[in-house]
Design a binder for this molecule. Structure first.
Ligand code: BGC
Length: 514
């Protein structure tokens, strides 16, 4: 009987799918698809072949444990030992590019460029060469949160000297890999590096300097980005011909109601959270958004500080940072509905400076991550906002993805649904709003170390068995679907809300070579 129902469901699902509506849009011929990872989240080999410790090594080795499951990234996906195998998997998915990050302390064990670890260079050379031999373009993030511990001892990102150390590091990597790597991202998500790292304590190095940590850190990161970009132009661009961008994340802020107050609050949240990082680089005038400058200056004075908690750029720095991009790297996962909130709780802090409160619409579907709700149109609105505010720059979506629990099934229908719905919004942004989006990256290639959540949440298209010393990778349903989207440049898997709800369509037999 059960078999019969299964067969019936399969027929039903096939029939309905064939009849399902199609937006009619396809991704442009030259649109590129890829998947992403980050060094600390996948590599493991935390102390092998001369690698120095970074802030995540330190934090995860601390007692009591920092992560929910007391785990570390000591082994993670063991990607350090699986270069050939992983590239073969990427090839079988048909990705155009692979976005990964470099471990600073694997290359420069103490953070400084006076000693470059040859085995670290060898590892990334092997990976880059293997990718290119398989026709996969490397997109390299220079820094994805794993600050060398030695540099953290000197104060980490709130220390302006970090910009010097970062530029030295960037020069080493352009020099070592730039003959083959043509797409660079300086930083992944300054927001998380700075707010979580130095203001709220959710990420390494887990400092809680909420009045100023985030502002000082961001100031250094923006200067470091601008200087690294200029250095590439002066020293490498003519011989290497690559492109340099930065990845900024945005949680879209939608007004809670139609009231003017809520509309202003939502716009203020977009400007003061997203624009805080993007304005200096992408806006015509450069510098921090004026509303951020005015509010933080005013609140700092009221709070009795002798100077603004938001540092000032010199005119020279404003010009150096303005326009320091060849494309906009966007990470986007979710949204909030926003209302005004000028209560004094938590003052002084960036949250109070912004003066808004973000809420979850009860209609939104949750994921396994408490912050990640499924709100596909938020991605389109973010893309339109970038177009309006920053003169329609080329956007590479460098991350987008869905979290499920550690015991989630391989038939990960919720993830498939998420990708279908969000990619449909990307199609609309391209075809209806003329947003200049040229590439899309799924987060993540495989399940990995999810920072404070350890291995309790999964984001991968590939399942990784963390109990098995071999860390086997197995394609999930979403890997098959994503491979199909890459191949056809269309979202063929179009389901009605009812089918989504029941997940009936997972009965469909997947014909894929993975
Ligand atoms: C980060 C990833 C992280 C993902 C899911 C992004 O903000 O870049 O490293 O795993 O979100 O939390």
């Amino acid at each position: 009987m059960r078999l019969f129902i299964f067969a019936l469901c399969a027929i039903f699902a096939r029939t309905v799918t064939a009849a399902a509506k199609d937006t009619g849009y396809a991704f442009p011929e030259n649109f590129k698809f890829g998947v992403a990872t980050a060094s600390y989240q996948i590599e493991g080999a935390w102390n092998e072949h001369g690698k120095g410790p970074n802030v995540w090594d330190t934090l995860t080795h601390r007692i009591p444990p920092f992560t929910d499951d007391a785990s570390t990234g000591d082994i993670a996906c063991d990607a350090y030992h699986k270069t050939v195998q992983d590239v073969q998997i990427l090839k079988s998915m048909g990705v155009n590019f692979y976005r990964f990050s470099l471990s600073w302390s694997r290359l420069l064990p103490r953070g400084f460029s006076n000693y470059v670890n040859p085995e670290g260079v060898q590892y990334y050379n092997d990976l880059i060469n293997e990718l290119l031999a398989n026709d996969i373009t490397p997109i390299v993030t220079i820094f994805h949160w794993d600050t060398p511990q030695n540099l953290e001892e000197l104060g980490g990102w709130p220390n302006p000297k970090m910009a010097d150390f970062f530029v030295d590091y960037a020069r080493v990597v352009f020099d070592a890999f730039g003959d083959r790597v043509k797409e660079w991202l300086t930083f992944n998500e300054p927001n998380q590096i700075c707010q979580q790292g130095y203001a709220t304590g959710g990420m390494a190095p887990a400092h809680n300097t909420k009045e100023m940590g985030g502002y000082w850190c961001t100031h250094t990161v923006l200067i470091a980005h601008g200087r690294a970009y200029r250095m590439y132009q002066e020293e490498f661009k003519s011989k290497q011909g690559g492109r340099v961008g930065i990845t900024i994340d945005n949680q879209w802020n939608e007004p809670l109601t139609n009231s003017t107050e809520d509309k202003e609050a939502a716009e203020r949240a977009n400007i003061m959270n997203f624009g805080w990082y993007a304005n200096a680089i992408f806006s015509k005038n450069g510098d921090y958004p004026s509303i951020l400058r005015e509010r933080v200056d005013q609140f700092s004075e009221e709070e009795g500080f002798t100077r603004s908690r938001l540092p000032y750029f010199t005119q020279e720095e404003i010009e150096m940072i303005r326009g320091s991009h060849d494309f906009f790297g966007l990470n986007h996962y979710t949204s909030r509905v926003v209302t005004n909130d000028d209560g004094d709780q938590g003052r002084p802090s960036h949250e109070h400076d912004v003066g808004t409160r973000g809420e979850i619409d009860p209609k939104w579907e949750p994921s396994a991550a408490d912050w990640l709700y499924v709100v596909p149109w938020g991605l389109r609105k973010t893309l339109e906002w970038i177009k309006e505010n920053y003169d329609n720059p080329e956007v590479i979506i460098t991350e987008n993805g869905y979290a499920d629990k550690h015991d989630a099934p391989l038939r990960d229908c919720e993830r498939v649904k998420y990708y279908n719905l969000y990619l449909e919004e990307v199609l609309k942004a391209i075809h209806e709003s003329n947003c200049n989006v040229t590439a899309y990256t799924a987060w993540s290639f495989m399940d990995n170390f999810e920072w404070q959540r350890g291995y309790t949440q999964r984001y991968g298209l590939y399942h990784v068995d963390f109990e098995d010393p071999e860390r086997p990778r197995t394609p999930k349903m979403s890997a098959h679907v994503f491979a199909n989207i890459i191949k056809t440049k269309r979202i063929d898997w179009d389901f009605t809300p009812k089918e989504f709800e029941k997940c009936e369509w997972v009965q469909i037999e997947v014909k894929s070579e993975l």
